[in-house]
Design a protein around this ligand. Sequence first.
Ligand code: SER
Length: 325
Amino acid sequence: MDGGKGRKILVTGALGQIGSELVPALRHRYGENQVVASDIRIPAAGAYEGLFEQVDCTQPLAIQDVVRRHDIGAVYHMAALLSAVAEERPQIAWSINLGGLYNVLEVARQNGAAVFCPSSIGAFGPSTPRDGTPQTTIQRPTSMYGVTKVAGELLCDYYFERFGLDVRGLRLPGLISHSAQPGGGTTDYAVDIFYQAVRYSHYTCFLSPDTRLDMMYMPDAIDGIIQLMEAAPARLKHRNAFNVTAMNFTPDELAGEIRKSIADFAIDYEVDPVRQAISESWPHSVDDSAARREWDWNPHYDLAAMTADMLAKLGAKLKTPARRA
Ligand code: SER
């Protein structure tokens, strides 16, 4: 949704993996001047177009100041650390991922703003059923990232039940994009592999060949976020933490798909024990029927379509002619 009644949208983490594609999509949909981008980082002079504010989400007054000055009616809260880096720096991850969310929810409550909050397949753990993972199931994650995601889901539910705050969210799987690169995530291999394939026809993967995880192409994720925020509230039984997925594959299967376009593409493996352990605690494939039922979730990209588009877009971006098998 837009901010409602002419109010603006604030995107936190706007320079991150999702934020850098969400901001242009929201501006396209609701108007260039209706969306304020924010991040803890400050873009180089002249490198960013449109409204931008530097905001550290661990500082509630900084969020309050921007929300009041710009008359913000909806916050898309994307500022967070991903799983591997959160595991390296658990104290900071708690402060950013959960403290930041708490601050955003409080400021939204005080200013009557709606909130979008991304959860993740990381909110599940080793005791969760891994195939057809239900919408409502056991959630006992073992990573700090997962702990903050489950706690965040509960906090969002609490703010809706207790204060009537319109907070909605998705459990996103690994996201693949040719625009901004992720950093410090367990599913990052599925992005890195394309850059290395286009540049060098070779990739060394940090997950083992048979590690199956849910994934999604970024255009579907952006559409899903906007679609959920525009959904009629009366249809939403869950509101928050919807399972969503578009495809699932292993590194070996993704390499096979890339080889259909780059015949000499080679993959080898140097498994990172931290990220391997995290991935083995996550689902293979979630059941996203609640999202399909309640707000018509319907992703467009499967493995073949995503791979073809990634190779074409990266070929153009890296100025490497797309090769054909
Ligand atoms: N893509 C994220 C990560 O790997 C999962 O939500 O951390």
